[in-house]
Design a protein around this ligand. Structure first.
Ligand SMILES: CC(C)(COP(=O)(O)OP(=O)(O)OC[C@H]1O[C@@H](n2cnc3c(N)ncnc32)[C@H](O)[C@@H]1OP(=O)(O)O)[C@@H](O)C(=O)NCCC(=O)NCCS
Length: 167
């Protein structure tokens, strides 16, 4: 378990996401995305052997609610971020970065080769986070986000190398 904190702010631990977290994770997802995923949808993902995740929970409170989570899938050496969200009240405190760091450590441990994700080209916060972590744009899906809206936006496909191939 990771523990981190700072002056005049709550400390959080990052721990593995479990099935019992799905209800709270679904709430956090709804807070951030126009098309929320239900508790059952998260449960169906979390029970897959290729899927793993982490939650950020306030330290020292037994029943404390998670304030952020990340969900990822690893198959055949390549991984993808399925979704990541931090509650509005806890953003810009390093939780997103720490959740991504936990995911990267997990993947290094599993000797994965690359981590992919898709992000709305207009998502300033997520793009800044991913670029700081070394992700680079490798593709684009035109008009991917904003179904049913007059203005749609492109998805950027981003990749971060994890283990350089030997030989
Ligand atoms: C993207 C998200 C997960 C970031 O979580 P967070 O906990 O606020 O991010 P952090 O505090 O760890 O920020 C890490 C770095 O990302 C960048 N960043 C984060 N939010 C930013 C913002 N609003 N504007 C500019 N840069 C930002 C900064 O470089 C920041 O480092 P700094 O605070 O030292 O400057 C959060 O904004 C969120 O949940 N957004 C809604 C859901 C979403 O868009 N998910 C991604 C879909 S692809």
């Amino acid at each position: 378990m990771l523990s981190f904190g700072g002056f005049r702010r709550r400390s959080f631990i990052i721990r593995a996401l479990e099935r019992d977290d799905c209800a709270r994770v679904s709430e956090l997802h709804e807070e951030s995305f126009a098309r929320p995923w239900s508790e059952d949808e998260f449960d169906a993902l979390v029970t897959q052997s290729t899927v793993f995740g982490y939650v950020a929970v306030p330290e020292g409170r037994l029943k404390a609610k998670a304030e952020g989570f990340v969900l990822a899938r690893l198959a055949a050496g390549e991984a993808e971020i399925l979704t990541i969200s931090v509650s509005r009240s806890c953003r810009r405190r390093g939780l997103g970065r720490d959740l991504m760091d936990a995911t990267l450590r997990h993947l290094h441990h599993e000797r994965a080769e690359a981590l992919f994700l898709e992000v709305d080209e207009n998502n300033v916060a997520a793009l800044a986070l991913y670029r700081r972590l070394g992700f680079q744009k490798v593709g684009e899906r035109p008009d991917y986000y904003g179904e049913g809206q007059a203005r749609r936006s492109n998805a950027l496909v981003m990749r971060r190398d994890l283990h350089p191939r030997q030989g």
